[in-house]
Design a protein around this ligand. Structure first.
Ligand SMILES: Nc1ncnc2c1ncn2[C@@H]1O[C@H](COP(=O)(O)OP(=O)(O)O)[C@@H](O)[C@H]1O
Ligand SMILES: [Mg+2]
Length: 271
């Protein structure tokens, strides 16, 4: 765990409340994340991890509270309040973020189509530039770059390969921040281990512009925590119950943390 006190902020989340009817999911979540941090958000199924992520992505409006995010588009820009942004500004902000959704959210079509779309529509690159970036992104997630693979229909990829493609697609945007929602859930143990390693090396390598990457992982995978040793944040009863280094989380004797940690699914048997 790095000391992050003097790093620039990435997110300042202040007093978030969110209910769906009588289901009070977030009940005062405040959280600061600095640029370059590797952070995991954990907590039982249905505790609000994805809801929190959706607030950070600006896809859900809070009942109360604020999400301020760093503006990577401009040097020395102040933090931006998501609730104040129009669609165009939000789109601009999103060009600096890569998201690997829980279900990958690949588009129907080929491997190359999936990397092509955002680079074309958001970054306005030409086909030759896109092909070059596609090959480099695929290489960094250890996928093939030959024409046959580029033309493969994504429905024909295995779960592990589809997940890697989703990571490659996120990386192709040279993001400053990368979000993963349950990146190893549903994968076989070998693929899960490979994705864990990929998340770590991706974080350590930073983005293609040579800047550090902020990595936020929502996970329910104990082995991922053991392997990556992230700053660990546990949501419980709508609030942050724990926030600290993984090693402290793992040895906690809290009656909330201990049983949760002991029962966390082990997706990967380790090697
Ligand atoms: N759009 C929605 N409408 C109603 N309830 C929702 C919605 N999104 C999430 N919820 C509820 O909020 C709670 C937290 O969900 P979620 O954040 O997806 O959990 P998890 O921690 O497993 O990611 C669950 O009870 C879920 O049913
Ligand atoms: Mg979820």
């Amino acid at each position: 765990m790095e000391i992050t006190n003097n790093l620039a902020p990435e997110f300042n989340i202040k007093g978030l409340f969110k209910a769906f009817g009588s289901n009070r999911v977030l009940q005062g979540v405040s959280l600061d994340i600095a640029q370059g941090e590797l952070v995991a958000i954990v907590g039982g199924s249905g505790c609000g991890k994805t809801v929190l992520l959706n607030h950070i992505l600006g896809q859900v409006e809070a009942d109360q509270g604020d999400v301020l995010v760093a503006d990577h588009g401009r040097d020395l820009a102040p933090m931006v309040d998501l609730s104040q942004l129009g669609t165009a500004e939000m789109d601009q902000l999103h060009t600096h973020w890569g998201v690997v959704f829980q279900a990958n959210a690949l588009f129907s079509g080929s491997v190359l189509d999936n990397i092509h779309l955002w680079l074309d529509e958001i970054k306005h690159l030409d086909d030759a530039q896109i092909l070059d970036i596609a090959k480099r992104s695929l290489t960094s997630v250890v996928l093939p770059t030959n024409d046959e693979f580029l033309g493969t229909d994504v429905n024909d990829l295995s779960g592990g390969m589809a997940k890697r493609l989703a990571v490659a697609r996120a990386l192709s945007m040279s993001p400053n921040v990368i979000f993963y929602d349950e990146p190893t859930t549903g994968l076989d143990p070998t693929s899960a281990g490979q994705i864990q390693d990929l998340i770590l090396t991706t974080h350590e390598q930073g983005n293609r512009g040579g800047q550090s990457l902020t990595t936020l992982i929502i996970t329910h995978d104990k082995d991922l925590l053991i392997r990556l040793k992230p700053r660990t944040i546990m949501l419980h009863d709508g609030q942050i119950f724990f926030d600290g280094p993984f090693k402290d989380f793992a040895k906690s004797i809290s009656p909330i943390i201990r049983p949760y940690f002991d029962r966390m699914p082990v997706l990967h048997t380790g090697s």
